[in-house]
Design a protein around this ligand. Structure first.
Ligand code: TEU
Length: 575
């Protein structure tokens, strides 16, 4: 039975099925593989498993292109395997949340196949449009508007049979559904109810703020040198978003059944998130913001235009979401997922010297924020980016297309490979590292994507019984959230906001307080030092505060002084 608001003390673990555990040796992870490894999740203490898509799919985008919402893709197993996974989760007190991908379907979904016929009643289920007036269909610039797709190229594909274009914000094999059509919405809600009856405990909703668009489909702004206009703002956060979400909430019974809902919302602001997660509005429990994962991008650039990220900028961003959703709504908390680089490589220091410490410290900081934390598979080991140096090693459609498109625009190959090595989604998708055997215990066959050579030292078997491991630290943080209401419900305060090395957070609740002092740098940092240009008074106050306080959760057990080692962090308890 699900209690109201149960997700406020929960920790979610994301499984990317293709890369988690392969039970049959075909090199692709599958459902029986996940079921066989469930005790890893139970030992970690997580409450919820979010399963990235396992539906039937041509796999143009690894399952985010769905051709049958009510079946499992044979590469992952069968519906019976999924029922078995749900049951095995529930046996262990773990809830299961499905990925809901309903902004678009596969072009092989029967709805879209039917809709290709201009006379079909399903024509209006997608965004079909004629060429721009005065342009010959198929000629450059004839697309109905100037939007570029997320995976390179224009967001419109010409269907030769009817001479019209259809909209695809992602790949041409992912046509956008037209949510303005009430039949589309009812078909989605019916499918959701079917899954709820099957026993699932909630939904992670893929790009759910794209379901309401500006129906005039206006041209977007064009960045200097860009081949296409931006699909933002026209394609997202449209005027009917709240209406559609509230309608879904009621039609599926998301509220009465206390299902967990988290909306993935690229380009959503605090204002949008606050509205959508306001419990009084009956829309969603929480959203995934993109703001903090868009900070290491050059101004006006795309994800591939790399820029440094000063610590104060990152701290301030998380603070603004904490404060913005303090009295209304709820935050999700995440460092990475299947679309983002590995947290320790991006925000920490993945050198052999600092990897373990920085993975632990990043975890401490995130898990001591208020909200629902999401752990992405392998994060609990401090898994790192893939380290690919050749284009042939990549599999992701976004990376492969980006490489070709950028080469076409004359970008030097080394520069493209460099940005891929930092930002490619394949960084997150290398197989889960279970042990030090040749394919990391992921498969007995040839893995679909190369395992990281560092699996010989970074793996579950090595971390399992090591009290100093990243894994042990995640266990402790998750346990702390379950037992200490200051962690789950406490008020949030960012101290020393401008300090460039220290991340200091105070949480208070019911007369008690927790203080996080984290050195987020690869240099030592003395609380007792006197050379800091700013915040010296605050630092003195902090020094006095922690001088003889109890350390509840250290990354470097046994150390007590006022000098923090590189990436050392502590949680102090007061009261
Ligand atoms: O991602 C949506 C999204 O906007 C991104 O994170 C996307 O991967 C990014 O723009 C690429 O740079 C969701 C899924 O999480 C992603 O895996 C899918 O590819 C995408 O939607 C389409 O379903």
């Amino acid at each position: 039975l699900r209690e109201p608001g149960w997700w406020r003390t929960a920790v979610v673990y994301q499984v990317y099925p293709r890369s988690f555990a392969d039970s049959d040796g075909d090199g692709v992870g599958d459902l029986p593989g996940i079921t066989a490894r469930l005790d890893h999740l139970a030992n970690l203490g997580i409450d919820v498993l979010w399963l990235s898509p396992v539906y039937r799919s041509p796999m143009d985008d690894n399952g985010y292109d769905i051709s049958d919402y009510r079946d499992v893709d044979p590469s992952f197993g069968t519906l019976a395997d999924l029922d078995a996974l749900i049951a095995a989760c529930h046996d262990r007190g773990i809830r299961l949340v499905m990925d809901l991908v309903v902004n678009h379907t596969s072009d092989e979904h029967p709805w879209f196949v039917e809709s290709r016929d201009p006379r079909s009643p399903k024509r209006d289920w997608y965004w079909w449009r004629p060429a721009r007036p005065g342009h010959e269909p198929g000629t450059p610039g004839a697309e109905p508007n100037n939007w570029g797709a997320a995976f390179s190229g224009p967001a419109w594909h010409l269907d030769a049979a009817s001479g019209e274009y259809y909209l695809h914000l992602f790949s041409p094999k992912q046509p956008d559904l037209n949510w303005e059509n009430p039949q589309v919405r009812q078909a989605v809600y019916a499918m959701m109810r079917w899954w709820v009856e099957r026993g699932v405990d909630g939904f992670r909703m893929d790009v759910i703020n794209f379901i309401s668009k500006d129906v005039t489909l206006p041209d977007g702004p064009v960045a200097p040198g860009a081949p296409h206009g931006s699909a933002f703002p026209g394609s997202a956060n449209g005027p009917r978003l709240d209406e559609f979400l509230a309608e879904m909430h009621a039609a599926v019974g998301l509220g009465e059944q206390h299902l967990l809902t988290v909306g993935e919302m690229p380009g959503s602001t605090i204002e949008v998130a606050r509205r959508v997660t306001d419990p009084a509005r009956d829309e969603l429990n929480m959203v995934f913001t993109f703001e903090h994962v868009d900070l290491d991008v050059a101004p006006g650039g795309t994800k591939w235009d790399l820029a440094d990220l000063p610590l104060p900028v990152l701290k301030r961003n998380l603070e603004s979401w904490q404060l913005g959703l303090a009295d209304v709504g709820w935050n999700s908390l995440y460092w990475n997922n299947h679309d983002q680089p590995r947290a320790v490589s991006r925000f920490g220091d993945d050198s052999p010297e600092h990897r373990v410490s920085s993975a632990k410290t990043l975890a401490t900081v995130l898990h001591l924020h208020r909200g629902t934390p999401f752990v992405y598979q392998g994060e609990e080991l401090g898994m790192t980016n893939a380290g690919f140096a050749q284009i042939g090693q990549y599999r992701d459609i976004e990376s492969v297309n980006r490489h070709a498109a950028a080469l076409g625009l004359g970008t030097p190959a080394e520069e493209i490979l460099r940005s891929l090595s930092v930002k490619s989604r394949d960084n997150a998708r290398t197989p889960m590292q279970w042990d030090d055997s040749p394919h990391a215990g992921f498969t007995t066959g040839e893995p679909w994507l190369a395992v990281n050579p560092n699996h010989t030292s970074i793996n579950v078997a090595a971390a399992q019984d090591d009290p100093a491991s990243v894994l042990a630290h995640y266990r402790a943080l998750i346990a702390l959230r379950h037992t200490d209401p200051v962690v789950s419900e406490g008020d949030f305060e960012l101290l020393l906001p401008d300090h460039e090395q220290l991340w200091v957070i105070r949480r208070t609740h019911g007369g008690r307080a927790l203080l996080v002092v984290a050195n987020c740098s690869s240099q030592p940092c003395a609380l007792a030092g006197g050379e800091e240009p700013t915040g010296e008074d605050d630092l003195a106050g902090l020094r006095a505060l922690v001088a003889d306080a109890d350390v509840l959760l250290p990354t470097h057990p046994g150390r007590q002084g006022l000098e923090l080692a590189p990436w050392e962090s502590r949680v102090y308890a007061f009261g």
